[in-house]
Design a protein around this ligand. Structure first.
Ligand SMILES: [Zn+2]
Length: 125
């Protein structure tokens, strides 16, 4: 900010001291062209060239993982055998399945109501 004040004191413009890349006109000129979206695949140009192949796979360093990545809620079997079962989570607050006490909507509602009451009581004091 001090530099700008000094430039104005010398009856000059701060724009004369910066690179043209930072000027508004440069920004406007960069983005003034219309960028068209890609047409649907049926309208693509057909060539006689072979279709592009994916790049070859490269084996990454390190020992490969042997264990499958478990699904959400999947727990290993208690007898130590290979195989898994899906454990259904039950909310201990409302008893419904599919969420737990921490993510329970009813509990959140109740908490908000209690907080509002607390604020109301606090205002009375
Ligand atoms: Zn719940």
């Amino acid at each position: 900010m001090h530099a700008i004040s000094v430039i104005y004191d010398n009856n000059e413009e701060p724009e004369d001291y910066i690179h043209e890349a930072y000027l508004k006109n440069t920004y406007v000129n960069t983005y003034k062209h219309v960028i068209h979206g890609i047409r649907k695949e049926a309208e693509w140009f057909k060539t006689n060239l072979k279709p592009l192949e994916p790049p070859p796979t490269v084996t990454q360093p390190g020992r490969p993982k042997k264990l499958r990545i478990k699904e959400l809620g999947e727990v290993p079997m208690s007898n130590g055998r290979i195989g898994h079962f899906l454990k259904r989570i039950t909310c201990t607050s409302c008893g419904e399945e599919g969420h737990n006490k921490k993510t329970c909507d009813r509990r959140k509602e109740l908490k908000q109501k209690l907080e509002k009451k607390a604020i109301f009581l606090f205002d009375l004091i």
